[in-house]
Design a protein around this ligand. Structure first.
Ligand SMILES: [Fe+2]
Ligand SMILES: [Fe+2]
Length: 414
């Protein structure tokens, strides 16, 4: 059994103060300073989605994992118990959600036209556009890809409600009162602001072809995503921890690069989103750690299954109606820009192996020990694959692709 490792959890970022970037009440309160949870690319968190494959990073979000045939009912009972009124989910997860009246909203971060004068509108938007003018196309492509992925939220909420298991874990009525249902709705409400604020920034900055961006969102929602096969209730939570960490890294890196290019407002937007993702990561990480206490064998096998499974990003099926390889192109641009890289993926796997103390698990079955060995050896394998991919990429000639999001301008892939 593992001891509760809460003490080693990453610190939860403090709540974001309102009026972060633009204020309708007083233009003098506008501030361009950005305090974002930037990460060191080399050693930072890695993120959730990238999987090395043929030298390029693929972002991860959905998992098709092999089915477990053993006592899934016991796993569900364990999880259902955690979600009971006043129980573990309430204490350890719901407490991580920001109360609505303390939460940031997109209107705090971007010009809002309702209260300002016409003159102020023009000034605010002009300031935003002047800052955005220095953002290179490759970073815009990363930002658009991140935004479109966030806008796929209806599919993710649906997935969250299917992957959890049975009654008492999923939100069966849409307004269930148990902890898991309240978490799912609260998580969705926080996530919903991410697509909103990025979408609004992109609209106002005038740097991207919004119709193409919107068309891509439309396509993605119609096409859906590969869903996690709900064969084991642990899969979704393990996946959630990885995915949240990946999005944290991706948004934080985007923000850091935006700041370097002089767009402090965009850096601030990405920073507050990254801080949300970090809290979500902490929540899912806690679920897995808590499950390990009660069922280390089941969890380590689930972890190995998720790692072995085909892992793809929620936005993998995106298209703008013209480019059938749009997601691959977005991933390649993100890799080259350092927004989400193969190294980040390796860092992420290493982080969770350490965080969940996988190497120290005891009392495992034969299958559990094989899963443990596999998972513990994975970071080294990923590093090796990363080196090979890096060498191959270095030998390739420079290649660009025209991307419709930035008015068909060419963007370097490698
Ligand atoms: Fe998000
Ligand atoms: Fe999140």
């Amino acid at each position: 059994m593992l001891a509760l490792p809460w003490a080693s959890s990453p610190p939860v970022p403090p709540p974001v103060k309102k009026k972060l970037c633009f204020s309708t009440s007083s233009s003098s309160k506008r501030t361009a300073s950005a305090t974002i949870p930037l990460v060191n690319k080399k050693h930072s968190a890695s993120s959730a989605h990238l999987l090395l494959s043929r030298g390029r990073a693929l972002m991860a979000a959905t998992v098709t994992a092999p089915a477990f045939s053993d006592d899934d009912q016991r796993k569900e009972l364990l999880l259902r118990h955690l979600g009971e009124d006043g129980g573990w989910v309430e204490e350890q997860m719901l407490s991580l959600l920001t109360p609505v009246d303390e939460a940031w909203q997109p209107a705090d971060l971007l010009p809002t036209f309702a209260a300002a004068t016409a003159e102020e509108h023009r000034t605010q938007v002009a300031e935003l556009q002047a800052r955005a003018a220095g953002v290179p196309d490759e970073l815009l492509v990363c930002l658009v890809g991140n935004m479109i992925t966030e806008e796929g939220l209806p599919a993710y909420m649906t997935m969250g409600n299917r992957a959890g298991g049975g009654a008492g874990i999923v939100d069966a009525t849409g307004c269930d009162d148990h902890g898991w249902a309240r978490w799912l709705r609260g998580w969705t409400a926080e996530e919903n602001r991410h697509g909103d604020v990025l979408n609004r920034y992109l609209y106002l900055c005038g740097r991207v072809d919004m119709r193409q961006v919107e068309t891509t969102v439309h396509h993605l929602l119609r096409r859906g995503m590969s869903m996690l096969e709900p064969s084991c209730p642990y899969h979704g939570f393990i996946y959630g921890a990885f995915q949240e960490r990946a999005t944290f890294v991706s948004h934080a890196h985007t923000g850091k690069r935006a700041a370097l290019h002089g767009d402090a407002c965009l850096a601030k937007l990405c920073g507050v989103i990254a801080a949300d993702e970090k809290r979500h990561e902490v929540a899912y990480t806690r679920v897995v750690a808590r499950s390990l206490e009660g069922d280390p064998d089941g969890v380590v096998r689930a972890l190995a299954a998720v790692m072995r499974a085909k892992v793809t990003m929620p936005g993998e099926r995106m298209t703008d109606g013209r480019d059938d390889n749009l997601f691959d192109h977005f991933s390649a641009v993100a890799q080259r820009a350092g927004v989400y890289t193969a190294a980040d993926y390796g860092d992420m796997v290493e982080h969770f192996v350490r965080r969940w103390k996988v190497a120290e698990l005891e009392g495992l079955s034969g299958e559990g020990r094989r899963a443990q060995d596999y998972v513990c050896g994975l970071p080294r394998k990923i590093r090796r694959m990363e080196e090979l991919a890096h060498d191959r990429a270095a030998q390739k000639e420079a290649q660009s692709v025209n991307i419709s999001w930035v008015f068909d301008r060419p963007v370097r892939l490698h």
